[in-house]
Design a protein around this ligand. Structure first.
Ligand SMILES: [Zn+2]
Length: 134
């Protein structure tokens, strides 16, 4: 599918740091409990670090204790794209930025977290940039 923001790999590589590129463009995963937003409680909006699209807000962020920032819903349903991912011998649902196609993380459901959706958007900190509102 075509994304609103598309760039050749060389441009993404020039724009992003090597570790940002590894996660956002090569679907890597940052180490658990190391990401800068894992335990962040600051109010604000989380945007895509690759294209700036607004993806998640602090209102839907919850403490999952899984080691990555976790949200029970995106800011807008259309902000993210969900893609079946069968890599690493698992059946998972990949979460991508709907605007630029960059990899954000995975979404899991039915885990029993006391949230309105029972979903956990498990997102790499390095895929996001927090704009504090207070
Ligand atoms: Zn994006």
């Amino acid at each position: 599918m075509a994304y609103e923001v598309e760039k050749p790999d060389e441009e993404w590589q020039a724009q992003l740091s090597p570790s940002e590129y590894q996660v956002l463009r090569l679907a890597g995963t940052e180490p658990a409990f190391r990401g800068e937003y894992t335990d962040t409680k600051t109010k604000g909006v989380y945007s895509c670090r690759a294209c700036g699209a607004e993806l998640f807000t602090s209102n839907e962020k919850f403490e999952s204790h899984c080691g990555w920032p976790s949200f029970y819903d995106p800011k807008d349903t259309s902000a993210v794209e969900l893609v079946a991912d069968t890599s690493h011998g698992m059946i998972r649902t990949e979460v991508r930025c709907a605007r630029c196609g960059s990899h954000l993380g995975h979404v899991f459901e039915g885990e029993g977290y006391p949230t309105p959706t029972d979903q956990r958007y498990c997102i790499n900190s390095i895929s996001l940039r927090l704009e504090p509102t207070e």
